[in-house]
Design a protein around this ligand. Structure first.
Ligand SMILES: [Zn+2]
Ligand SMILES: [Zn+2]
Length: 124
């Protein structure tokens, strides 16, 4: 499955880094992703959120992101790179502690600073 770049519309968007953040009040799964496009050099921060509450076939996925400046992308990439276990939601490293509520908090921050948002689309 390929991810569609919100910048150039090609299937060249890749998840460069990912940090599992675990459940919160609304979602059973939260993951912070740093995404980048190799064609148009777009850099983004994305949140993958999944809810399995309610009926069995009532699985909800929310996968969206914000287009961020290069220096913000680098700041987060550097932070996430410090984590020894990015797939472990219970990891207590500096990156995990700093980014625990990131799917909620960073979005507010980015929207206030005028970053464009996008929904991640897939093609098979
Ligand atoms: Zn692109
Ligand atoms: Zn960690």
């Amino acid at each position: 499955m390929a991810l569609v770049c919100p910048g150039c519309g090609r299937t060249s968007l890749r998840v460069r880094k990912r940090l599992e953040l675990g459940p919160d009040a609304r979602w059973d799964e939260n993951a912070l992703q740093l995404v980048g496009c190799s064609v148009c050099s777009l850099r983004g921060v994305a949140c993958y959120q999944e809810s399995r509450r309610g009926a069995l076939d009532d699985e909800v996925v929310h996968h969206h992101g914000w287009i961020v400046p290069q220096d913000e992308f680098r700041r987060l990439a550097k932070l996430v790179a410090q984590c020894p276990n990015p797939g472990d939601r219970r990891c207590g490293c500096e990156a995990h502690v700093a980014l625990r509520g990131a799917c909620r908090d960073l979005g507010v921050q980015y929207e206030e600073s005028g970053c464009d948002t996008f929904v991640i689309r897939y093609v098979r």
